[in-house]
Design a protein around this ligand. Structure first.
Ligand SMILES: *[C@@H]1O[C@H](CO)[C@@H](O)[C@H](O)[C@H]1NC(C)=O
Ligand SMILES: [Zn+2]
Length: 442
């Protein structure tokens, strides 16, 4: 059974602490932009040893970079980022893993500086009471990454910023993918949610990107700041701990790795299909959901494949009369800290109606405010960011829930019984999905 082994089953305080330390890149810390390089008459833009076409220039300039000068330069055809560590207690396992992961998926190399090595530009991993990074390279300046509270995915995320990447949820197409709930944002963090007029170089919006926040990161009140427009992704948004295919493709596009590899492999255009790209060994890197040496076998979309892999209980229920149940019902529920989403989807002009016939997620008296137990949250529309949370025997037999429009959304969060030495001896829930007309709707 696949389970997200993450902090999601832990008490809410633990979750919030992780979010706040993993994702914050205060833009106030960013130095002012430099002047743009000269554009040639034919539209090409030379930077170092690279000549960018007008189109590439626009792509690089606007995607996740503030300016192309925020790209680390190539010397002798290679991108090498010198770095030093001045944070004395740096977890070297974590840093080496993060650096190794970026090196394995891109053409970028990280070069540990020797003692006495004098350079104007390098990346410094420093202590400073947090986990954030100035976005990208700046000529004549040290790129600072504050890492003393970074855990898990966050060092990879910070290196992403150091490469010049911005947050996924700032992209120009973010409004098609997430709703930003302004009133829940900690005002000090507001810049992390500002919309950016980006050009996305054909790379799709990725809820699982390393550069995406979790839904309650930077929240001032614990409520959701980011609500997925595709509600199936609410639980796994920002939960990715690895460099995704699209993260790597972006880095490899920004730094021209793909162009180098194409040339080295004697190709004039990328032979990889369905969003794949050529790699160093001339094979294709394929997005989830595709396979074959040219990524030509398309089994399912990247998004569907993400869910299948990381949130296998997530489903869309759209057949009237269908049962809606928790895993294992009516036997003991799952023991580990799984999460999933069930979307009850009615056709246009119909409401989704769910009638419970059994509900048991623990014993009511033991769990004030549904802390330290499994919970079911019910949202009545995708525009309603936070729903009502139930646990214990908090839903009665024949109790009915209806959507505001066509979608009723369940978010189930299983308590980490396994990790906390307990046992889930509760039945879970079962309910029936039906639909009813929305009066006056045409
Ligand atoms: C250091 O990082 C590794 C890998 O992320 C982790 O397993 C280990 O627990 C960390 N050590 C400490 C002391 O935090
Ligand atoms: Zn960040």
């Amino acid at each position: 059974m696949m389970a997200l082994k993450m902090v999601r089953g832990a008490p809410p305080q633990a979750l919030l602490a992780l979010c706040l330390t993993c994702c914050v890149a205060p833009l106030s810390a960013a130095p002012p932009l430099q002047g743009a390089p000269q554009r040639l008459d034919d539209g090409y833009v030379p930077v170092g040893d690279i000549l960018y076409s007008a189109e590439d220039w626009a792509c690089l300039h606007a995607k996740n970079l503030m300016s192309v000068e925020r790209l680390w330069p190539r010397t002798e055809g290679e991108v090498k980022i010198p770095y030093i560590i001045t944070y004395k207690e740096m977890n070297m396992t974590m840093l080496e893993e993060a650096i190794g992961a970026w090196e394995a998926k891109t053409c970028i190399k990280f070069l540990k500086m020797e003692e006495g090595d004098k350079r104007a530009e390098y990346l410094e991993f420093r202590a400073g009471g947090g986990c954030f990074t100035v976005t990208g390279y700046v000529e004549g300046e040290v790129t600072v990454s504050i890492v003393d509270t970074c855990k898990g995915r966050s060092v990879k995320h910070e290196i992403g910023h150091a490469l010049g990447m911005r947050h996924e949820h700032k992209r120009s197409d973010r409004d098609n993918n997430v709703i930003v709930v302004r009133e829940n944002i900690d005002p000090k963090m507001a810049s992390n949610f500002e919309f950016s007029e980006t050009i996305n170089c054909g790379i799709p919006y990725d809820y699982f990107s390393l550069m995406h926040y979790q839904d309650t990161a930077a929240s001032i009140n614990g409520k959701r700041v980011l609500v997925a427009k595709d509600p199936r992704f609410q639980d796994i948004m920002g939960e990715g701990t690895e460099i995704t295919h699209w993260n790597a493709k972006l880095a490899n596009t920004m730094y021209k790795c793909v162009d180098d590899w194409l040339e080295a492999c004697g190709q004039t255009s990328d032979p990889c299909e369905n969003g794949g790209y050529i790699q160093k060994d001339c094979s294709c890197a394929c997005p989830l959901g595709t396979s074959g040496d040219k990524c030509q076998e398309f089994a399912m979309s990247y998004r569907d494949a993400l869910l299948e892999k990381y949130s296998p209980y997530t489903s869309v229920i759209n057949t009237p009369g269908a049962e809606v149940t928790s895993p294992g019902y009516p036997n003991d529920g799952p023991q580990e800290a799984i999460r999933y989403t069930q979307v009850m989807q009615a056709p246009k002009c119909k409401k989704a109606v769910v009638t419970f016939t059994d509900f048991q997620l623990g014993e009511e008296d033991d769990m004030p405010n549904c802390k330290y137990t499994s919970t079911l949250e019910i949202r009545t529309d995708v525009s309603v960011g936070d729903g009502k949370i139930f646990c214990g025997e908090g839903i009665k037999n024949q109790q009915v829930f209806k959507s505001d429009n066509s979608e009723l959304i369940f978010h189930y969060k299983n308590y980490d019984f396994l990790g906390n030495g307990g046992e889930n001896a509760y039945r879970g829930y079962t309910a029936v999905f039906t639909t009813e007309d929305i009066p006056g709707c045409r």
